[in-house]
Design a protein around this ligand. Structure first.
Ligand code: NAD
Length: 292
């Protein structure tokens, strides 16, 4: 059993912390939201009064925070100082590659082991312990983090050096955003041509148009009964978070000098949809914008 400080027990972190507690770890939860901490406590965690209190004497520190600014501040203001020489630092938030590298570099300067370990999978996967972790950092840090991450996920993959977990995450989600737009516009065209949605699905899902956006998160109700389209696009992976990841991908592309025209087009469309009130809906609701 390890002592684990969990900073940020919101929609994702709450379920993840609960799975660590269920696995027998002592999990100290800290969040700016009292309601989030209360939920973690109801799932077997203990409440910490501050990030520093949670992290003091912990074997591992996990952060699951909104953005790079929160992560950098949390480590600089409290967590680096509270970490012991053998503590492993694990940032599971989705943040920009540059900040991930910066925080990892600051940890290395203090001889602390750190990984960036963003996740694929939404709140259902966080609650169910079936996340996929994409991990960047030195081998020794990965080795220390891997057994802890394994209690929260179905796959833990070492992507390379510091920042490569974030790189894998945003590249993956750039594909996801673009394929969802392409899939949704194909369903709209099929409708307008008089091709039945179920018939189109039966063909394309077995042909070269197949993707996760079609066979798991199908943007029209019917063909995939579990897709958010069947519940009026509630739940799932909300447009605002897809937009966040696409913006991170575009920023990284600008810095790296990469040309990403499909990613840029997807970002523009999801931004337009969010501006029109779609930010809280599953990202497959982009089909509403495409219907006009
Ligand atoms: P959330 O807003 O529900 O949770 C973030 C939590 O961090 C909140 O409870 C907030 O109060 C807390 N917080 C903010 N600043 C803090 C600080 N300084 N100290 C302590 N707590 C602080 O967001 P979420 O959906 O859980 O997402 C968390 C991260 O996971 C984000 O980076 C997001 O992009 C990523 N992510 C989310 C999903 C998803 O489907 N929700 C999927 C994959 C990745």
């Amino acid at each position: 059993m390890s002592i684990i400080a969990f900073i940020g027990v919101g929609n994702m972190g709450g379920g993840m912390a609960a799975n660590l507690a269920k696995a027998g770890h002592e999990v100290r939860a800290f969040d700016l939201s009292e309601a989030a901490v209360a939920r973690a406590v109801s799932h077997g965690c203990s409440a910490a009064t501050s990030a520093r209190a949670a992290a003091s004497g912990a074997d591992a520190i996990i952060t699951m925070l909104p953005a790079g600014t929160h992560v950098l501040a949390a480590y600089q203001d409290a967590l680096f100082a509270a970490a012991g020489p053998d503590t492993v630092l694990i940032d599971c938030s989705t943040i920009d590659v540059a900040t991930a590298r910066q925080v990892n570099e600051l940890a290395a300067q203090k001889s602390l082991k750190m990984v960036d370990a963003p996740v694929s999978g939404g709140t259902g996967a966080a609650d169910g312990g079936t996340l996929t972790f994409m991990v960047g950092g030195p081998d020794a840090a990965f080795a220390a983090a891997e057994p802890i991450l394994a209690k929260m996920g179905k796959a833990v993959i070492h992507a390379g050096a510091a920042g490569m977990g974030q790189a894998a995450k945003i590249c993956n989600n750039m594909i996801l955003g673009a394929t969802m737009v392409a899939t949704a516009e194909a369903f709209v065209l099929a409708e307008k041509l008089g091709l039945d949605a179920q018939t189109f699905y039966d063909i394309s899902s077995k042909a070269s148009g197949q993707s996760w956006s079609m066979t798991t998160n199908c943007p029209v109700p019917g063909p995939v009964p579990t897709s958010p389209a069947n519940r009026d696009y509630q739940g799932g992976f909300i447009t605002a978070l897809m937009l966040k990841d696409l913006k991170l991908a575009l920023a990284a592309a600008t810095q790296a000098g990469a040309s990403v025209p499909m990613g840029a087009q997807a970002e523009a469309l999801f931004q337009l949809f969010a501006n029109n009130g779609g930010g809280g809906l599953d990202f497959s609701a982009i089909i509403r914008l495409l219907r006009g």
